[in-house]
Design a protein around this ligand. Structure first.
Ligand SMILES: [Mg+2]
Length: 308
């Protein structure tokens, strides 16, 4: 099965109903089956679900309640939900649509019609996904943009506060980039930024890691709970040198280099993203003052983050 098939979550307390849906949709998508509301909500947090087919009448948490929770969670609120129900009451249908259901299908289901409708909704979900990806991506380098980074940092701070884990945050600047552009032209400048972005992107592997273009020739790297952050950043700095991009107008080296200000932030509180960035910026500034082509790393704790 191709890996790029969308994922559809079927939620129904009746096993036979789940099997019927699974059989109906098995060529259109990757299927996940859930037998009740709580396990459905858990699966949505764990998996990249594109569409939910939701039974209304279930013991414990009914479909309305599940839908309300899907819509209340920022991570899942954009996922399309189709109600599948034996109720044919117009008031029920209205209630579902008002709660944010994308569509309503009555049981007994007509396979051809249900399949056609679901295909329409899957297509919409894929288009939405594509738009979202474009709006989160830096046009020049293809890595994450500042908006995506800001969201990720916010999320990382909240997670770190809960889990008691540190956050690794580094802010980079390409050394003497204005002079590079003046000397080699903006086309070469763009290409250099792409190569720097490529190196940064290779340091991102886990789900919450983010490498982003912060603006101009500034980049950021966010690695929650990093191991050996300082060492890793040193390797990254050396890898930029190994790109061997000639820079005749640099005072730092004969090739293009970067400077960085980095933090390992411990005992993070949810409300500190701006303070962390400010601190990283100050460290970046001192790396530049000290002659560039170096990374200043510091470990900060909550109390310091507050006193910034
Ligand atoms: Mg049911």
């Amino acid at each position: 099965m191709p890996a790029n098939l969308p994922t559809v979550l079927v939620v129904d307390d009746d096993r036979v109903n789940r099997m019927v849906m699974a059989e109906l949709l098995r060529d259109e998508c990757r299927l996940i089956l859930a037998k009740d509301g709580p396990s459905a909500l858990q699966r949505m947090r764990d998996e990249d679900v594109s569409l939910v087919l939701l039974d209304v009448s279930m013991p414990g948490m009914d479909g309305y309640e599940v839908l309300a929770q899907i819509k209340a969670d920022k991570r899942t609120s954009d996922v399309g939900v189709i109600f599948i129900t034996g109720h044919t009451d117009e008031a029920d249908e209205e209630r579902g649509l008002l709660l944010g259901a994308a569509d309503y299908v009555s049981k007994p289901i007509h396979p051809a019609i249900v399949r056609a409708r679901i295909k329409v909704h899957l297509k919409l979900a894929m288009q939405r996904r594509q738009l979202e990806r474009l709006s989160m991506q830096d046009g020049l380098t293809g890595i994450a943009n500042r908006r995506r980074f800001d969201e990720a940092l916010d999320l990382a701070c909240r997670h770190a506060a809960r889990a008691g884990e540190p956050i690794g945050l580094a802010l980079f600047d390409v050394d003497h980039f204005k002079q590079y552009n003046d000397c080699y032209g903006h086309g070469a400048g763009d290409e250099a930024l792409r190569q720097v972005a490529g190196v940064l992107a290779s340091y991102v592997g886990r789900p919450y890691d983010v490498a982003a273009r912060y603006g101009g020739e500034e980049f950021v790297l966010l690695l929650p709970a990093p191991a050996n952050f300082e060492l890793l950043l040193e390797r990254l700095r050396e890898e930029i040198i190994s790109l061997k991009i000639p820079h005749a107008r640099s005072e730092a080296a004969t090739v293009l280099t970067i400077s960085g200000g980095a933090l390992v932030a411990r005992l993070v509180e949810p409300a500190v993203p701006a303070a962390l960035l400010e601190r990283a910026d100050i460290l970046l500034y001192s790396a530049k003052s000290a002659g560039r082509n170096r990374i200043m790393t510091e470990t900060v704790s909550l109390s310091l983050a507050h006193s910034i």
